[in-house]
Design a protein around this ligand. Structure first.
Ligand code: PLP
Length: 593
């Protein structure tokens, strides 16, 4: 592709993006597809000869887009935000166009220097302790942009591990691995699974600490566990506190955790604020960042709540020498004569690094700190609005403390009707949400994510949720159990809230109203659903729960419909034996239109 072609097609792509963004509400927020849908639509081998850009873009719309979940859709309330914004996309385009791989100062001085500057801007905007800011007097700290929060946690853990092993090793020459069985890390039951993954990769033990009814790590239990482990001859070396847990956006008490960690010199305290750490840009949220002065490291993803597109996760450490000594390898071919410049390859796992600071620089400059504050305050106000709507309706309850953009709610029934509610929400294609277990209960996570979210989005979503709930309650003659006075009170009663005794078990059959596109959804029997509901109800894969007889009848109907359509298409009115396989093909065509 030459420059003129790039100019032409580049403009077409920008036009496509504008069109997509302006009309996104015309699309279902998430598709209902089965794995393998795309294999049926694309050739098995790459083309031997060049194809036209027009064809590629057309296929993108017809074949790729039907399989896209629209994270920037106003009705996308799942996970946490993906942080996209136009300024960030434009900054990233320039980064892609430059294509510099900034592993050392010499490999791209602008990338290295902008990263330092932007990380300092960011740290100051969040009100982080001066120890994390490279240009603060006396600071030994600093930060770097990693690809993800999982990477930040792993890098911190590896650094903490190296520091602890060095202390244990002293002057001995035994191999570092000898000390691995001694090391133990701690995280709350509500901490993100990436902590467990990091300890697996680093071959160290992890002790899970229980959380209180608000989802915060129990500091008394942490202290006790550390004491027991020290008494047993183990070396506590890593504690993860979370500010904004994934399940319920709970904020651990960093000050209290920090005080406990200070009692054992081998402990490195990491604070994971993947989503909510960004909210410290608001002075009113800094009540939750109190105690960061105890932390050895802290991460937050601008690609979750700071309008910066994936990937970008910021990691700050109190002493960059710890990072560098844990991760430094210095072969001759990477050395250069400007050793006073920062070499970010010592700050993370990969050698090659994207010029991520560019998009963040665009975001800070185009929105300004005030614009970013406004955006987050809007999410907070809308989450509060949704919380208020839910709380006003006796049939529902809110399970988490709503401090930011996440509301965890459920119907006051057993778990199963709530599984069904989530399946109906996601199956509708009109909204997208995900489940979580919060404080031992199944909840539906409603997270405000859209950049320009407004009250109408929230009201529309709520009225739709209520319609589904009414259908479930009516069809199954469920009554609402009397509400527990509070999560605290409920914790003392061991049994989950169940449908009222004597009522028949749920017999709901979900049926698609749109069409008979069975291959786009997982049709499963009620038995299967009941046996595997934990796995199936992940909210990411819409499911259709049917009894086998209905399933067979529906397949038959779909086969007949398929045959009828084929006959019309072929100008043939005679009957032929349609096969179930063909149903998928019809579905496939439908999806690409
Ligand atoms: N930590 C927390 C608290 C999270 O909520 C998440 C993801 O949502 C992660 C870590 C993992 O983030 P990433 O996908 O950037 O690795």
């Amino acid at each position: 592709m030459n420059v003129e072609e790039f100019r032409k097609y580049g403009k077409e792509v920008i036009d496509y993006i504008c069109q997509y963004s302006s009309n996104i509400e015309e699309r279902d927020v998430a598709p209902t597809l089965d794995p393998g849908y795309l294999k049926k639509l694309l050739p098995a081998d790459a083309p031997q000869s060049s194809e036209s850009f027009k064809d590629v873009l057309e296929d993108f719309e017809k074949k790729i887009m039907p399989g896209v979940v629209h994270w920037n859709h106003p009705k996308f309330f799942a996970y946490f935000p993906s942080g996209n914004s136009f300024p960030s996309v434009l900054g990233d385009m320039l980064s892609s166009a430059i294509g510099s791989i900034g592993f050392s100062w010499a490999s791209c001085p602008a990338a290295a220097e902008l990263e330092t500057i932007v990380m300092n801007w960011y740290a100051k905007a969040l009100g982080l302790p001066k120890a994390f800011i490279t240009d603060a007097p006396g600071s030994t700290g600093g930060g770097a942009l990693q690809g993800s929060a999982s990477e930040c946690v792993l890098v911190s853990l590896i650094t903490a591990r190296a520091r602890a092993i060095n202390e244990l090793k002293g002057q001995t020459t035994v191999h570092d691995s000898v000390f691995l069985p001694n090391l133990i890390a701690y995280a709350s039951r509500e901490a993100h699974s990436c902590v467990e993954k990091a300890t697996k990769m680093a071959l160290v033990k992890l002790r899970i600490i229980d959380a209180d009814v608000h989802g915060r790590m129990r500091v008394d239990l942490l202290q006790q566990a550390i004491q027991n482990d020290v008494n047993a001859g183990l070396t506590p070396f890593f504690v993860v506190a979370t500010v904004g847990t994934t399940g319920g956006c709970a904020f651990d008490d960093i000050t209290e955790i920090g005080k406990v960690c200070r009692q054992v010199s081998s402990i490195w305290l990491h604070v994971d604020g993947a989503y909510a750490g960004n909210s410290f840009i608001l002075p009113e949220m800094r009540v939750f960042s109190a105690g960061l002065e105890y932390a050895d490291s802290f991460n937050t993803n601008p690609n979750k709540l700071l309008l910066t597109n994936f990937d970008a996760s910021a990691l700050w450490v109190r002493d960059v020498m710890n990072l560098k000594s844990a991760l430094n390898v210095n072969p001759l071919y990477l050395r250069h004569e400007h050793m006073s410049g920062v070499d970010y390859r010592h700050y993370g796992i990969p050698l090659s690094r994207r010029f991520r600071a560019l998009k963040l620089w665009f975001v800070f400059r185009i929105y300004g700190v005030k614009g970013l504050q406004e955006y987050i305050r809007n999410h907070m106000a809308l989450a509060k609005k949704f919380e208020m709507l839910v709380r006003k309706d006796d049939r529902f309850e809110v399970r988490n403390d709503v401090h930011l953009g996440l509301v965890c709610f459920r119907m006051r029934t057993g778990d199963e009707p709530n599984h069904t509610l989530l399946a109906m929400i996601n199956h509708s294609g009109k909204m997208h949400m995900t489940p979580a277990k919060f404080n031992g209960r199944y909840v539906i996570r409603f997270c405000v994510t859209y950049e320009h979210a407004c009250e109408k989005d929230i009201l529309d979503a709520w009225s739709q949720i209520k319609c589904f709930a009414e259908e479930i309650l009516r069809d199954n003659q469920l009554e609402i159990s009397s509400a527990p006075a509070s999560p605290e009170a409920e914790r003392t009663s061991s049994e989950p809230t169940a449908p009222v005794a004597g009522k028949p078990p749920i017999k709901k059959k979900l049926t698609r109203t749109k069409s008979l596109r069975f291959s786009f959804t997982r049709s499963i029997s009620r038995e299967q659903y009941q046996n595997q509901s934990e796995h199936l109800g992940d909210g990411a894969t819409p499911i259709l729960v049917v009894d086998p007889k209905t399933l067979q009848q529906n397949f038959q109907k779909a086969a007949e419909e398929n045959e009828r359509l084929n006959n019309i298409k072929n100008g043939n009115t005679a009957n032929s034996n349609a096969k179930l396989k063909d149903i998928s093909d019809v579905d496939t065509d439908e999806a690409s239109n």
